[in-house]
Design a protein around this ligand. Structure first.
Ligand code: FUL
Length: 565
C-alpha cells in the first residue's frame, strides 16, 4: 500500500471532535433576560435577576435529547453581570434575590452537564461595560481582572463537565462608545491552556475556532478550514472569515452561530424560527462541513420555553429520519483510479474511517455510483477524510435520467461533510467528477437520501419582491415596499420581520415585526425600517424576511453603512 501524505494544516484532536459533534447549543441568559434587551450598559440592577423556576437539568436534558453535543453558556455578557459569585466583582448573582443571593448558575449547569454527560463551554465577554477598570488608562488592571475570572472558572473542579471545558468563547463585540482597551490575549490564552489544555478557543485572533462572519448560521462555498494567522485580528474582513483561506497554514474551524429566535436573549414577543428555516441553516452549516452553534435562550423563569423545545424536537426528528436510510449503502462504485487498500468501494461501505485514494495523478477523477435500482432521492452527502487535510476545491455531481446525464449539483469545497440538496430525481446511477484539488484528493463517504418532505426543495417562487435593497445609512429610517405578484384578488396578511446578519440587534438596527394587510387588488405595501446611528466605516447587514400566509418566503439583505467619524 502506498503511503498517503497528509496535507497540512491538520485539525487537532479537539477540532476533529467538534467536526464530528456537528451541533452545539448556545445559552444566552443573564441580566438582559430580565430587561428584555440585547445589550446592557452595565448599570442594570442585579436585583431584577430572579429566575423563579430555574432548572438547568431541563436545559441540558432537552438539548441532549435533541442531538446537541456541547453547550456554551454565556457566563458574562457585555454588561458585565456574572452568573457565579465571583471573588473579583460584586456585580454577580450574589447581588440578586435568586436563591437568596446564594446561587451559582455556573455550578448548577455544570452539575447538569456532568449528570447528562454534556460537554460544556463558556462565553466570557472581553468587553465589560460594568467594570470601572474598562478604560485604556487602567487596561493592565482590566486584563488582570479578566484573567482572574478565567482562572477562577477554569481551575474550579465544580465547573465544567466533570471539571472540563471544551470551548472558551471570547466574543469580539465592543460598543461604539466603549474604550478601545487592548486585550492581553496571549496571557489569557496561556491561562486557558494551563487549566484546560484541550479547550478550543474562539476569538478574533488566530485560535482554533473562528467566527463564520455572520450571525445567520450560514457558511459559504468555498469554505476553507484554514487561515493565515497574521490575517486574523479584530479587523479581519468578514469575507475572509466566511471563506477561510485556500493558502491557509493554520487549521481554523469556522463556527456558524445563530439564534433560534431573532434575539440572542429571550423576548416574550419573539418566536422560534420555523422548522424549514432551521433545516436550511443546518444544510448551510453542518452541510458545508462546519459546526452549527444554535442559541436557545431560556425565559425569565429560567426554563427553555415549551415552544422552543418543541421546535428542537421536530428538528431532531427530521434529521434522524433523514439519515435513516442511505440509498447508496453498499452500492457499487467504480472510479477512474484507485489504490489497493483504498478502493472506491470504501465510499459506500458505511464507515467513515475508510477512504478512497487514487493510484495515479490525473487532472480529474470520475466515480460512477450504481444504486442497483432506480431510486428517488434529493440529497447527497460527500465527505473528505478531513483528518488528513482538506484538499478538494471543485466538483460536479450528475445523475443519469431518461434523457441522459444531467447536473444535480456543483460545488467547490467538500471538507468534513458536504450535503447537496437538489430537487427530487429518479435515477439509478450517479456520477461524481472531482475537477479541482490542492493535492491528491481523498474521499471517505458518498451517501444518497430522500429527505422528509419538509426539506424538499421546491422551485416555487415566493411571488414577493422587496423594493430598494442596500438602502440604509446608520440612523436613518427608510421606507421599504413589498410587492406581491400573485394572489392579488385576495386579502392577505404578510409578516415582515428583521433577522440578524452581521449587524447586531439593538446596535445597528431595531428588531421589528410588521403584519401588513393587503386588501384585495392591492399589490404594494410599505413599512418604515429604522436603523440605529453608529459610527465607524464598517458596513454591516441584516435581513428583512416576508412570509406569506401559505408559507412562501422572501428575504432581502439590507446593508447599513456606519457614519464616518
Ligand atoms: C455578538 C454579541 O454582541 C451578541 O450579543 C451575541 O452574544 C453574539 C453571540 O455575539 O458579538
Amino acid at each position: 500500500m502506498k503511503k498517503i501524505d497528509d496535507v497540512v494544516p491538520l485539525p487537532s484532536k479537539a477540532q476533529l471532535k467538534y467536526h464530528r459533534d456537528e451541533l452545539a447549543a448556545f445559552i444566552h441568559f443573564g441580566i438582559n433576560t430580565f430587561y428584555e434587551q440585547e445589550w446592557g450598559n452595565g448599570q442594570e440592577d442585579p436585583r431584577l435577576f430572579n429566575p423563579s423556576k430555574l432548572d438547568t437539568d431541563q436545559w441540558i436534558r432537552v438539548l441532549k435529547e435533541t442531538g446537541f453535543k456541547r453547550v456554551i453558556i454565556v457566563v458574562k455578557h457585555h454588561d458585565g453581570f456574572v452568573l457565579y459569585p465571583s471573588r473579583y466583582t460584586d456585580y454577580t448573582v450574589a447581588a440578586s434575590p435568586w436563591r437568596d443571593g446564594k446561587g451559582d448558575l455556573l455550578a448548577e449547569i455544570s452539575c447538569s452537564a456532568t449528570k447528562y454527560d454534556m460537554d460544556l463551554g463558556i462565553y466570557l465577554s472581553p468587553w465589560d461595560a460594568h467594570s470601572p477598570l474598562y478604560h485604556i488608562d487602567t487596561q493592565e488592571a482590566y486584563n488582570d481582572y479578566y484573567q482572574k475570572q478565567l482562572e477562577e472558572i477554569l481551575s474550579n473542579p465544580l465547573y465544567g463537565n466533570k471539571g472540563k471545558f471544551v470551548e472558551i468563547w471570547m466574543d469580539g463585540a465592543r460598543g461604539e462608545g466603549a474604550q478601545k482597551v487592548t486585550y492581553n490575549f496571549e496571557k489569557w490564552f496561556e491561562i486557558i491552556r494551563h487549566y484546560q489544555k484541550e479547550a478550543l478557543i474562539f476569538s478574533t485572533q488566530a485560535t482554533e475556532l473562528r467566527w463564520i462572519g455572520n450571525e445567520s448560521g450560514r457558511a459559504s462555498d468555498p469554505l476553507w478550514q484554514k487561515i493565515q494567522p497574521e490575517k486574523l485580528s479584530e479587523q479581519t474582513p468578514l469575507d475572509y472569515l466566511l471563506h477561510g483561506d485556500p493558502k491557509g497554514t493554520y487549521y481554523s474551524l469556522g463556527e456558524a452561530d445563530v439564534s433560534l429566535r431573532s434575539g440572542w436573549f429571550y423576548h416574550e414577543n419573539q418566536t422560534p424560527k420555523s422548522l424549514a428555516d432551521l433545516l436550511d441553516i443546518y444544510l448551510h452549516s453542518v452541510g458545508r462541513g462546519t459546526p452549527l452553534l444554535l442559541n436557545v435562550p431560556p425565559t425569565k423563569e429560567g426554563l427553555l420555553s415549551e415552544i422552543d423545545c418543541q421546535r428542537l424536537r421536530e428538528f431532531y426528528q427530521v434529521l434522524s429520519e433523514l439519515y435513516k436510510r442511505d440509498l447508496a449503502l453498499g452500492a457499487k462504485v467504480t472510479s477512474s483510479s484507485e489504490q489497493s487498500g483504498h478502493l472506491s468501494g470504501n465510499l459506500t461501505d458505511g464507515r467513515n474511517e475508510t477512504f478512497w485514494a487514487p493510484d495515479s495523478e490525473e487532472d480529474t477523477y470520475v466515480f460512477e455510483i450504481d444504486l442497483g435500482r432506480s431510486c428517488s432521492f434529493n440529497l447527497v452527502e460527500i465527505r473528505e477524510p478531513i483528518a488528513k487535510g482538506q484538499r478538494i476545491t471543485g466538483f460536479v455531481l450528475e445523475v443519469e435520467e431518461d434523457t441522459g446525464w444531467t447536473v444535480f449539483a456543483r460545488g467547490q469545497t467538500i471538507g468534513y461533510k458536504r450535503l447537496l440538496l437538489g430537487e427530487v430525481v429518479e435515477a439509478r446511477r450517479l456520477r461524481l467528477i472531482l475537477t479541482d484539488f490542492q493535492a491528491s484528493p481523498l474521499l471517505s463517504k458518498f451517501a444518497v437520501y430522500r429527505t422528509p418532505a419538509i426539506m424538499e426543495r421546491k422551485s416555487v417562487d415566493s411571488g414577493l419582491e422587496f423594493s430598494q435593497k442596500n438602502i440604509a445609512i446608520a440612523g436613518q429610517t427608510s421606507l421599504i415596499s413589498l410587492s406581491r405578484m400573485d394572489g392579488l384578488e385576495k386579502a392577505e396578511r404578510i409578516r415582515i420581520n428583521t433577522e440578524p446578519g452581521t449587524g447586531v440587534h439593538g446596535v445597528s438596527y431595531q428588531d421589528q415585526i410588521w403584519d401588513v394587510v393587503f386588501a384585495p387588488g392591492e399589490a404594494t405595501k410599505s413599512v418604515n425600517l429604522a436603523t440605529i446611528e453608529f459610527s465607524g466605516q464598517k458596513e454591516v447587514y441584516f435581513y428583512l424576511c416576508a412570509v406569506r400566509e401559505d408559507g412562501r418566503q422572501s428575504r432581502t439583505k439590507v446593508r447599513v453603512q456606519g457614519h464616518l467619524d
